[in-house]
Ligand binder design. Structure first.
Ligand code: G
Ligand code: G
Ligand code: MN
Ligand code: NA
Length: 249
């Protein structure tokens, strides 16, 4: 249909670009990384959200070329600007299952002169994963390149815990839905349990969806150092990324 046609010509026709959202250390204010997020428009200019085009790209296989394009683009834009020491890129399970993905990524690193340690891949739980051994092998190959693997949207799917058990993640991104009632006792207890669960596994925590100064204050109370959200910065083109100051620290 329309979206599938757009995907086929998106890269050639500049219908796709990346925006970046800062990930900050909440104590020092330092920008530790930027998350790249894909944006697309149709040939007539109508914007498409990732929720519309990513599922189609996954179904048609367009995600493979588009995904490699995004990794290459994030490497050149983040490296060239020096805005952040690291870029994270969302990666679909289909990419991890595809043959030659890790090799293609290592070629991008060579050609752009970026070190694997400057890249993280965000993987969303809850996708039905046949071919788990292929995915584990791919993740291992990527980690051998120095690339960090982050578990995205943690707590939203049914498979979260088995994912934590199966895959060697480095950082867990707690889904923003957990902030909504975090100031009520039950919500806070839930958040504290999740934090303990992640920390007990020796993994780092990144919380997403920080929308207010109070959210940041709450993270100080909970001892969470890494955060992302509209309060710190919205997703914007690379040359518009700014560092949010933390006046109270
Ligand atoms: O930024 P936004 O809310 O529009 O993103 C919506 C969803 O689309 C997020 O879950 C995000 O992970 C996903 N997404 C954004 N960019 C990419 C991308 O480059 N690749 C993949 N696989 N998913 C992406
Ligand atoms: O699933 P993933 O975490 O990749 O999705 C990222 C999406 O979350 C992006 O579309 C981004 O625009 C959105 N997002 C980032 N920060 C916030 C926030 O503080 N509040 C809300 N509601 N959405 C956010
Ligand atoms: Mn993400
Ligand atoms: Na997320």
């Amino acid at each position: 249909e329309n979206i599938a046609a757009t995907l086929r010509m998106a890269i050639k026709n500049d219908l796709v670009h990346l925006v970046y959202q800062p990930i900050q250390n909440l104590k020092t204010g330092r920008v530790e990384a930027v998350e790249s997020l894909m944006r697309m428009k149709m040939i007539d200019g109508t914007p498409l959200s990732p929720a519309q085009f990513i599922p189609v790209a996954e179904r048609t296989g367009a995600i493979l070329d588009l995904g490699l394009w995004a990794i290459r683009r994030a490497c050149t834009e983040v490296l060239a600007t020096g805005v952040a020491p690291m870029a994270s890129v969302n990666v679909s399970a289909i990419q991890l299952k595809s043959r030659g993905f890790a090799l293609a990524v290592s070629t991008i690193l060579e050609e752009t002169g970026v070190s694997g340690s400057q890249l993280a891949f965000e993987i969303t739980e809850g996708i039905d994963m046949e071919g788990q051994s292929d995915v584990i092998r791919c993740i291992t190959d990527l980690q051998a390149l120095g690339i960090r693997i982050w578990l995205d949207d943690f707590g939203t799917g049914f498979a979260g815990l088995s994912w934590l058990r199966l895959f060697p993640f480095d950082t867990v991104k707690i889904d923003r839905s957990f902030l909504q009632d975090a100031r009520r006792p039950a919500g806070r207890a839930m958040l504290e349990d999740i934090i303990r669960l992640i920390r007990n596994r020796g993994l780092k925590i990144l919380i997403e969806g920080l929308e207010t100064a109070d959210h940041v204050e709450l993270m100080h109370e909970l001892g969470i150092e890494l955060g992302q959200g509209y309060y710190l910065g919205r997703p914007v083109p690379i040359d518009e990324v700014r560092i949010k100051a933390f006046p109270r620290l």
